[in-house]
Design a protein around this ligand. Structure first.
Ligand SMILES: [Zn+2]
Length: 144
């Protein structure tokens, strides 16, 4: 069976086409994977938009100047997301910062707050082993 999904995200249209085949279990897994990918792309766009709404910080009483964008890979509920955020620099002291990071990341970790919350909730109900994290967030988080 061929599944085709079209999603309008802002002024961008994103399409997916996936063939679900194999055993019933394989088809169910493939269908779940399509849903996760759609959610991941929507979240990536939403977090990129939120990163662009952050006000430029001040230093020495003046707004810091925009020094372009830098991309970061954050792991969220549905997998890794590539998010662009601005880098600002003070003209006086040379301090640089990425003001959106404190809103996007959980502490200094490259994971989103909802994912961190799920991991903590899971740790309260069962042993916190790599298998638990794997089920929740995928293999690359479990290896960290
Ligand atoms: Zn400064």
């Amino acid at each position: 069976m061929v599944v085709q999904i079209t999603v309008q995200i802002g002024d961008q249209e994103v399409q997916w086409q996936k063939t679900l085949e194999g055993t019933p279990a394989e088809r169910e897994e493939a269908g779940h994977g399509v849903g996760r990918e759609v959610a991941r792309v929507i979240n990536e766009a939403a977090l990129t938009e939120a990163a662009g709404e952050v006000r430029r910080p001040c230093c020495w009483g003046r707004r810091m100047e925009n020094r372009g964008c830098r991309a970061i890979t954050l792991r969220g509920l549905n997998g890794p997301m590539r998010i662009k955020r601005t880098r600002d620099r003070c003209r006086n002291c040379g301090r640089e910062c990425l003001p959106a990071d404190s809103l996007l990341e959980c502490g200094r970790h490259r994971i989103t707050r909802p994912l961190a919350k799920r991991v903590c909730q899971l740790a309260t109900v069962e042993s916190f082993d790599s298998g638990s994290v794997f089920c929740l967030a995928g293999p690359s988080v479990a290896q960290q």
